[in-house]
Write a protein that binds this ligand. Sequence first.
Ligand SMILES: [Zn+2]
Length: 387
Amino acid sequence: MDMNRLYYKDAYMKEFTATVLSCEEDKKGYAAILDNTAFYPEGGGQPCDMGTLGDADIIYVGEKGEDVVHYIDKPLEKGSAVKGVIDWERRFDLMQQHSAEHIVSGLFHRKYGYNNVGFHMGADMITLDLDGELTWAQVQEIELEANRYVWSDTECRIFTAEGEELKNIDYRSKKELEGSVRLVEFPRADMCACCGTHVKRSGELGIIKMFSCQSHKGGVRIEMLCGKRAFDHITEIAEQNKEISNLLSAKVKETAGAVERLLNENQSLKNALTEAQNAKLESITREYAGKSDVLINEKGLDPNAVRNLANMLMESGCKGVTAVFSGSDGEGYKYAVCEKDGDLRQFVKDMNSALNGRGGGKPFFAQGSVSCNWSDIENWFGGRQNG
Ligand SMILES: [Zn+2]
């Protein structure tokens, strides 16, 4: 382990001074290498630190061989002393998420033998992939256990081991590594090989909250958050729920039932509306049954009802072209036109062209819409009959 990586000596170092060993222009900006650094380079599932080096802003921190490379937006003079300042809020958040991920993975591993096969610490939600199936109740059980561990305020132990000693330690992420391995232990919860930064005590995690568990590649993907990120997310959810509670005049813990009642009520209303509309369509059909070249303007029908009415009229023995319109002069009209065994293709083409419309369908049945006034429709149909 490089002793010029200050975050290994003290993960809580927010500022440091260093000498610039080199600084060269690079695709990503200027690449600076320092004699020591507290900036964590991206690795082990943990995103890199951000912050400033002198007057320059950090763009990205990565590794090149043994070196930590700081990509910055301004050049630094080789040999100069420079002050580095870590964006501490961001780093502490990442330490919280990373430590929480270890504890949760360790508890799942202890109880079910599952391995963490994917971990993503994005800007928003943390996802954790495990290689076995879990029910939501099982996830909630581990969630509670993880939080009890947080409240126990247990000290995190970080140490290196090698050779025989290492062989005898049971830890996660075991690889055939040469030399010494850095181990992060949360006693009674987890032991894992890791190069990341971690909190000193589990109590600093505040809260670990799981939000979902879904099947994923033969195992599960769990969404979780820790610390302030969990606090912010839960606050947003609580605010949403409070609004729902106010809108529905329901207690905050009874909003789901209230929404369910509302949905049921909505469905009943839709059913009643459909029934009333069907009765209306049937009554219109009786009125026009057997007539020729029927042209109807009926307010308030949706495209389905327009089509149904045209169809019902055609089937009731209406002769010639049956045309049903619904809409208004301002918003235009939806239409359905049909003729039993007829061919209306030219008719519909002419009508669309005359009435600024669009639509089509089968030779004997077309539907669409027109942008014009009702008087235009009447005139066009009238002119057609007279001509
Ligand atoms: Zn780790």
